[in-house]
Write a protein that binds this ligand. Sequence first.
Ligand code: ASP
Length: 324
Amino acid sequence: MTRLALLATGGTIATRATEAGRAVAADAAELLAAVPHLPAPAEVTTLDVAGRLSFAAGLDDLAALATTVRAVAAEHDGVVVTHGTDTLEETAALLALTHDRATPVTVTGAQRPFDDPAPDGPGNLGAALRWVAHGRPGVTVTFAGHVLPAIGVRKVHTAALTAFAAPGRGPLAEVDDAGVREHAVAPDASLGDPPAALPRVDVVAQYVGADAHALDAAVAAGARGVVVAAFGAGNATPAVVAGARALLERGVPVAVASRTGAGPVEGLYAGGGAELARAGALFAGDLSPWQARLLLALALATAPEDPVGAARAWMARTGVAPGP
Ligand code: ASP
């Protein structure tokens, strides 16, 4: 008998309408009871870890969830986490970065609430259970019939049922009532054990004419590192390039990711990305700014003597950065 665990954290998949707006109302057992086809033979244990909307989660909640998932994974053959879609890509990345690789873990959710007349949650959860029962180790996201790698996944639509994509990386598999069709396997993305706490790392957005005040304010507020959500392939305004250089000279790591939504960053342009690269910024491959932030935060927590070196080695090993 395959032993699966369902960890519910809240999100739209568990919401019902209230006067205040959608609110989390269904627990893990109710979510499971709504699934039309459970994989057989499997025994599913339910656990209510949290009951929040994911935009209200904090870094401590993420770190605690990573610890719980590791512990539950050690005792089960597969783990499904139900989660709000708004920050699902961040949770999935941290779970992948802190996974021990032995157990399949997948994160799912829904675009429509639990009390919708045609909800997508039960189908997504059923597919997620079927996917982890299939037995492929590693952390993924299962949504709208697709299995996507945790590293590289992004929410790409506010309302469509196909809410997630992993541009250039997925889907790894498709899951429906007929079973699993697997096309690819993502590299092992583990970097370290779940930390007791994650240090503050802020994301600073680039927009025409941006100055360095947000960079400086982030560090003044206690950020131990900063991610620049850069223009295009990794460029920033002259003021932000100068501000980033000043932070790097003070030993504050600065990572560069793109605000475009797909593709890798590179230090190409004089005065822009090339200047940031020369100053020692960490170019975060094709990671979104939000996933680059968690990579840097976990590297700061687990390799404080050389977080940028640890992040670079991880990027080379996982194919996030180009190899030889
Ligand atoms: N819109 C969100 C969801 O789909 C709300 C949240 O992230 O919790 O679950």
